[in-house]
Design a protein around this ligand. Structure first.
Ligand code: NDP
Length: 329
């Protein structure tokens, strides 16, 4: 049986991604066969679609680290034919053919049941970005952080992870300071719940100094590099920063002073290899108490497979506001 999927191929003119017909046998025979209805666009998908070997070693390859759909065939595990399931992370869209395809075939351990009350499309509006945002917030809450301790900083705030983090923190009663490189998006960030929005340039004004004025009770950083070091240098005494991204840089160049003079902490967040039970708990929170309902966030941009390429370029340039969902035919 044939189906449609995007396939990234290495060509003489670089990596090119196009819609192709594939056969179910191309996906192998092991694991659960899922008919995908929605996927989403993440920064990592753009890296895979443009040949980044740190994400995808072998081409041709179908990107898409997120998928939601219905089980069509299963031989073992807890799922039955007809169940609606979410798959995010693990090897999906990296070296296992991903969600920009009408079908995926994955191990049962990679799947989470779609929580009750969460529409499949909304699950992909959240996607890996929402899961990561939830994990960042959870890691700060685990340290005992509460709204009385002061504002929480979010960098890369208009991106997928950043914007959902702003929405969740604000829903939990935190005062949120969002940092963004997009001046035109400041009103949008306020509508998501940011109390204050500062420009990336002004945030980085004193990035070269070893220590900065204490300002934030906590921080969620999606950017790495100077953005993360500036956040760490301006945390209040004992504050924590959750670090999940490298949109600016994978580097971390600073002194140990904020750690040893102010007792600040750096919390690493990974949404990919995390045990499935924790993913399931986070999805339940996202579907329930943390769901950013009635927010412009859910007005995500929607594309079909043919439209993905244009958004790949845009997300690599840091130009996407909020989330992009991909509708499968
Ligand atoms: P997006 O591209 O949607 O968001 C990234 C945002 O970062 C941009 O919108 C922009 O926001 C900001 N940004 C871009 N370039 C720069 C720059 N040079 N300097 C400072 N800020 C910049 O990506 P996602 O939200 O999907 O992912 C964010 C990061 O988190 C990525 O690096 C991604 O790889 C990582 N990630 C990690 C996960 C994990 O498990 N650890 C899971 C998911 C994502 P603005 O214009 O508002 O400043």
């Amino acid at each position: 049986m044939s189906f449609q999927a995007l396939l990234t191929r290495e060509t003489e003119n670089g990596y090119q991604t196009a819609l192709e017909e594939r056969e179910l046998t191309d996906l192998g025979e092991e694991g659960v066969l899922v008919r995908v209805h929605w996927s989403s666009l993440n920064y990592k998908d753009a890296l895979s679609a443009t040949g980044n070997k740190g994400v995808t070693r072998q081409f041709p390859h179908t990107p898409g680290i997120d998928a939601v759909g219905v089980v069509e065939e299963t031989t073992d595990g807890p799922f039955s034919v007809g169940d609606t399931v979410i798959c995010t992370g693990y090897d999906l869209g990296m070296n296992t053919d991903g969600g920009y395809s009408q079908y995926i075939r994955v191990p049962a351990e990679w799947l989470v049941p779609l929580p009750e009350g969460l529409a499949p499309r909304d699950a992909m509006v959240l996607g890996t970005a929402g899961l990561t945002a939830a994990l960042c917030v959870e890691s700060l809450l685990d340290t005992g952080l509460n709204p009385d301790q002061g504002p929480v900083l979010v960098t890369g705030a208009t991106g997928g992870v950043g914007s959902i983090t702003v929405a969740i923190l604000s829903k939990l009663g935190f005062s949120v300071t969002a940092v963004s490189g997009k001046s035109e998006s400041h009103p949008w960030l306020k509508s998501l719940g940011a109390s204050e929005v500062i420009s990336r340039d002004s945030f980085l004004e004193n990035a070269g100094k070893p220590m900065l004025k204490e300002q934030w009770a906590g921080a969620v950083d999606c950017a790495g590099g100077d953005m993360l070091t500036t956040a760490l240098k301006s945390l209040k005494y004992g504050g924590c920063a959750a670090c999940c991204g490298l949109a600016a840089s994978p580097k971390l160049e600073m002194t140990v002073l904020p750690f040893i003079l102010r007792g600040v902490n750096l919390l690493g967040v990974d949404s990919v290899e995390l045990p499935c039970e924790i993913k399931q708990q986070m999805w339940q929170l996202l579907a329930d108490e943390w769901m950013p309902v009635d927010l412009p966030l859910l007005e995500a941009d929607e594309v079909e497979l043919q439209g993905v390429n244009a958004w790949v370029d845009k997300i690599l340039q840091g130009g996407v506001q909020g989330r992009v969902v991909v509708r499968l035919p």
